[in-house]
Design a protein around this ligand. Structure first.
Ligand SMILES: Cc1ncc(COP(=O)(O)O)c(C=O)c1O
Length: 401
């Protein structure tokens, strides 16, 4: 069969518009397309390939588990899921774990749990969910409605209700809106899709205090920021603010689809037998891989490495900016970084991405004004330097066009 980009338009639902190149092989932070052209990967499968492509330890783990047992459902438990849950609880505030297959599903579980907890403990009136403009929490109808981007949530008929949005980093807006009817506040500890926006310390601490005051649960969506991406295993550890519920996906499986919702025993007990579930959640293949990812990422070597690599990226991007004057700031944390376009180049992030691809570099955007970088946490310094020199060529061409 002749597999080309045209085949996509022929047979795929047109909700995506992928690039023309079709990668067929990856190793570390390099990718090769059908023609054998090599790319450096600063995108990491949208902040997923946390240990690069085909990490030998992950390949070995997946192969070994594939010869043991692939799938059992939740009618039976399995060894990898229990080992992974134990390690996640040892490494975080959480005491209980629920497994899912994608970020949206982990968030769906978190939101349903928050609603159920509030209904059980305080009554049906306590159902308001507060979230943030430009937030992103997935594409199920509940999560996309909680995400603060109308472009994604409108046009599908009546939405789940009692969901309100305010601006990120606006503590006084939260103070005005929150009440004893609020059941949860959901936020990303760094807004990823919304433009790589960090919370101010006072804001995030204030959110925690307001949730405590009104018996509202604080849900941290760490789908993008979690599993080492910021240089801490989870971003909340670097903020010194502990959520009641945390969701994790993307990097958790290093490319194998798996997600989890973490919480305390006190909250978890409200999802009684039969209240929620998933056929594949806690699948042994995914859990075996995620256990290995956690073992590798949750080490000083990898987490300190993220800080060092962040510095390399920042220095390189600042240097490019000194010459081409196209960014107003480099923001984000660890290896979730955003180069924010200044007024002169506003709205043109996609042009930079397309120019980078033409220089054999994969990167991401986060909205129309931010070029985003979310590479492997173990990308080599050489690949960072080579990738940045490709990016510099892309910037030179974009600003000249
Ligand atoms: C913060 C955040 N939450 C949730 C999601 C949704 O995850 P998934 O696409 O795995 O459903 C994303 C995906 O980009 C995300 O960045």
């Amino acid at each position: 069969m002749n597999v080309t980009r045209d085949l996509f338009d022929e047979v795929m639902v047109p909700n995506y518009n992928p690039a023309a190149v079709i990668p067929v092989k990856g190793l570390g932070s390099r990718l090769w397309d059908q023609a054998g052209t090599e790319f450096i990967d600063f995108a990491g499968g949208i902040a997923v390939n946390v240990l690069g492509h085909c990490h030998p330890e992950l390949v070995k783990t997946l192969q070994e588990q594939s010869e043991k047992v692939w799938h059992l459902s939740n009618v039976l438990t399995n060894e990898p899921v229990l080992r992974l849950a134990k390690k996640l609880t040892q490494a975080t505030f959480a005491e209980k774990v629920y497994f899912a297959n994608s970020g949206a599903e982990a968030n769906e579980a978190a939101l349903k749990l928050a609603r159920r907890y509030a209904v059980d403990k305080f009554g049906a009136e306590k159902n308001q969910i507060i979230a943030f403009n430009q937030g992103f929490h997935g594409r199920t109808f509940f999560t996309v409605t909680v995400g603060g981007q109308a472009a994604y949530s409108d046009g599908f008929g009546p939405k789940p209700s009692a969901i309100d949005h305010i601006d990120y980093n606006d503590l006084s807006a939260l103070e005005t809106l929150i009440s004893d009817k609020t059941c949860a506040v959901m936020m990303e500890p760094i807004q990823g899709e919304g433009g790589v926006v960090s919370p101010e310390t006072e804001f995030v601490k204030g959110v925690r205090a307001l949730c405590d005051k009104h018996n509202a649960l604080l849900i941290f969506d760490e789908v993008q920021s979690g599993m080492g991406r910021t240089g801490d295993l989870y971003a909340y550890l670097g903020l010194d603010v502990t959520p009641d519920i945390l969701t994790t996906a993307k990097s958790l499986g290093g490319g194998f689809p798996i997600a989890a919702m973490l919480t305390t025993s006190e909250i978890a007990k409200h999802l009684k037998v039969g209240t929620h579930g998933s056929t594949y959640g806690g699948n042994p293949l995914g859990c075996a891989v995620a256990e290995k990812v956690l073992d590798i990422v949750n080490t000083p070597e990898v987490l300190d490495g993220v800080k060092h690599k962040e510095a390399l990226f920042r220095t390189g991007l600042e240097k490019i900016n000194t010459q081409y004057q196209c960014f107003s700031e480099i923001r984000g944390k660890g290896l979730l970084l955003g180069a924010v376009l200044n007024e002169q180049y506003a709205g043109r992030s996609r042009d930079f991405l397309v120019a980078a691809a033409a220089e054999n570099l994969m990167c991401l955007v986060a909205g129309a004004n931010v070029v985003r970088f979310a590479p492997s946490l173990v990308i080599s310094d050489e690949d960072i330097i080579e990738g940045l020199s490709r990016f510099e060529r892309a910037v030179a061409k974009t600003v000249a066009s």
